[in-house]
Design a protein around this ligand. Structure first.
Ligand SMILES: Cc1cc2nc3c(=O)[nH]c(=O)nc-3n(C[C@H](O)[C@H](O)[C@H](O)COP(=O)(O)OP(=O)(O)OC[C@H]3O[C@@H](n4cnc5c(N)ncnc54)[C@H](O)[C@@H]3O)c2cc1C
Length: 528
């Protein structure tokens, strides 16, 4: 295809779908390119057993259309991947979005020249657009560690983030799962039920709290739906843009007695989910507060896991919440099963993959299938895989060589009319991402409308505003415990990636700043 658009959107996950809808409302000619064969992004690719959201379903959904949020029925407190994917498809159908989406088409390059972006795809499309929106996702490029011998393995190899559409059957099989992050923690209990033997290879133990998932209570749903907009508004005022039903405590741990601290932790452990991190106002700010919460979880692990050595290995030592907290259904108890074995690879890694399995710490493990639950090259990986060239031919790879630099996480100096949705430097992965996505899409749509109403064709972040923003993001992170461990928030899971804390903590303050920038005529941007 050779065509001219006002707007090209890359990606048809929740961000791309809503951006297309808003573009149409503005009367913009828009086209979406999507590498997958369907909509849904994360929920199209991550079909592994046990995949589900860990922000509650009643919140993990769009709020832009009251009729949509009233009519859709979630069945569980934390929806499963198939249900979320059905929802994404429902949205695409309801708003007739598919006709402007080109599936199975990957954008490989985008070059800015004289007010327009020239976009190329792997299918030979060459389209031109005034505005380019990267709705490419924060967790959409899988991380596949380069392990010696990987190509020699005789059995199938799966990655949780690129799970086949036809469900693999592990019945009677010896399965190795590499990794113990969120996807592993969700899938291991289910793979263990099917496989003859499951071997879990762990480099770093992660904290996980019980989901306490259950079918949704119709009365609870009715209560929320009776005033959904007000519920959404309350959630938007939370630091992570979700969870007004169980808000973060404002009381620092040191102002509570030992029994009160214990009760606060127990209450949140029983409630289930990510709310655990809100037990104290300073849980992610103060080492002592954090230590107490971390030890509480280790105690719970010792209470569940019968083998003392396995319990010790499963007990994380790092700051709790510093790496993304996981939410599980029966993870620790799975290690009591006779067919499940935990192998510690923290010291020496995996020696090699062989046709029959793996060699670890000098001994051979025979396996029929391998599952890589090794996560993503988060936040920047997908963007940097595209050859994006801004003003003067400067590449994004060059601009971000020392780590990502953005203004508001929305825009990059030297790359006019390019917008990032949930880009580095915005709250993104520290929030309910659908809330962050809607906020970004609305901001972008209003920005484009503003430019048009004033007869302007381009907008670009000023380098000075971008520098100040990068400093601000670093300063906010520096006041927390987030920077104290090797997490994917920092790029630490990818060899050679620069260590920069990429998301910004604090959704409400961020929204205020974005609104202020717009109200001041797009302060920190130049328009022409
Ligand atoms: C297993 C898992 C569970 C999660 N659970 C939660 C949760 O509970 N709560 C929460 O807030 N967030 C969660 N997330 C984060 C989740 O990614 C976001 O909530 C949200 O779905 C992101 O939507 P998106 O449209 O921004 O990106 P994505 O859903 O990642 O969509 C991006 C799309 O862009 C496409 N794309 C990328 N590059 C190109 C290219 N060059 N050309 C064409 N197409 C391209 C991809 O194929 C993909 O379909 C989870 C993530 C994972 C992986």
């Amino acid at each position: 295809m050779k065509a001219r658009f006002e707007l090209v959107i890359v990606g048809a996950g929740f961000a791309g779908l809503y951006m297309l809808h808003r573009a149409r409302q503005l009367g913009l000619g828009a086209c979406v390119f999507e590498a997958g064969s369907g909509v849904g992004g994360t929920w199209y690719w991550n079909r592994y057993p046990g995949a589900r959201c860990d922000v509650e379903s009643m919140e993990y959904s769009y709020q832009f259309d009251e009729a949509l949020q009233q009519e859709w029925r979630w069945s569980e407190r934390f929806a499963t991947q198939p249900e979320i994917l059905r929802y994404a498809n429902h949205v695409a159908d309801r708003f007739d979005l598919r006709k402007d989406i080109r599936f199975e088409t990957r954008v490989i390059a985008a070059t800015y020249d004289d007010g327009r972006w020239a976009v190329r795809t792997d299918k030979g499309d060459e389209v031109s657009a005034q505005f380019l929106v990267m709705a490419t996702g924060c967790l959409s490029s899988t991380n596949r560690p380069d392990i010696k011998g990987i190509d020699t393995f005789a059995g199938p190899i799966f990655h949780t983030g690129e799970w086949p559409h036809e469900e693999p059957d592990f019945t009677g099989k010896r399965v190795g799962v590499i990794g113990t992050g969120s996807s592993a923690i969700q899938s291991i209990p289910l793979i263990a039920q099917q496989a003859r033997q499951l071997v879990v290879y762990q480099r770093t133990a992660n904290y996980t709290v019980p989901a306490r998932n259950a079918p949704l209570d119709p009365e609870f749903v009715a209560r929320i739906k009776a005033d959904y907009p007000a519920f959404r508004a309350r959630n938007s005022l939370q630091i992570n843009a979700f969870g007004s039903n169980m808000p973060r405590s404002s009381i620092p741990a040191r102002e509570l007695g030992p029994a009160e601290r214990r009760a606060a932790l127990e209450a949140r452990w029983e409630y289930g989910g990510l709310f655990f991190l809100g037990a104290f106002g300073d849980l992610l700010l103060d080492q002592a507060a954090n230590d107490e919460a971390a030890e509480f979880v280790r105690e719970k692990i010792r209470g569940v896991v019968k083998d003392r050595e396995v319990a010790r290995l499963l007990s994380p030592g790092q700051i709790i919440g510093c790496k993304r907290l996981c939410v599980d259904s029966g993870y620790y108890a799975t290690f009591n099963r006779p067919n499940v074995r935990l192998v510690d690879i923290s010291a020496s890694g995996i020696d090699e993959i062989t046709p029959q399995g793996m060699r670890v710490n000098g001994s051979s493990h025979e396996l029929d299938a391998l599952v890589f639950a090794t996560g993503f090259d988060a936040m920047t990986g997908t963007l940097l895989r595209i050859d994006i060239r801004g003003r003067g031919g400067k590449t994004l790879q060059d601009a971000w060589r020392a780590g990502p630099r953005t203004y508001l996480g929305l825009s990059v100096a030297g790359f006019p009319n390019l917008f990032l949705i949930t880009g580095p430097g915005s709250p993104s992965v520290l929030t309910n991402m659908i809330v962050s996505i809607e906020q970004h899409v609305n901001w972008i749509a209003e920005c484009i409308a503003h430019l048009r109403s004033r007869g302007r064709g381009t907008i670009e972040a000023l380098p000075s505003a971008q520098e100040a923003w990068v400093e601000h993001v670093n300063a906010v992170a520096g006041r927390t415990l987030y920077t104290q461990c090797s997490s994917w928030y920092l790029g630490a899971n990818i060899p050679g990636k620069s260590r920069v804390f990429m998301p910004l903590l604090g959704f409400p303050a961020y929204v205020e700043r974005c609104n202020e920038v717009a109200a001041k005529g797009y302060e920190g941007f130049q328009t022409s």
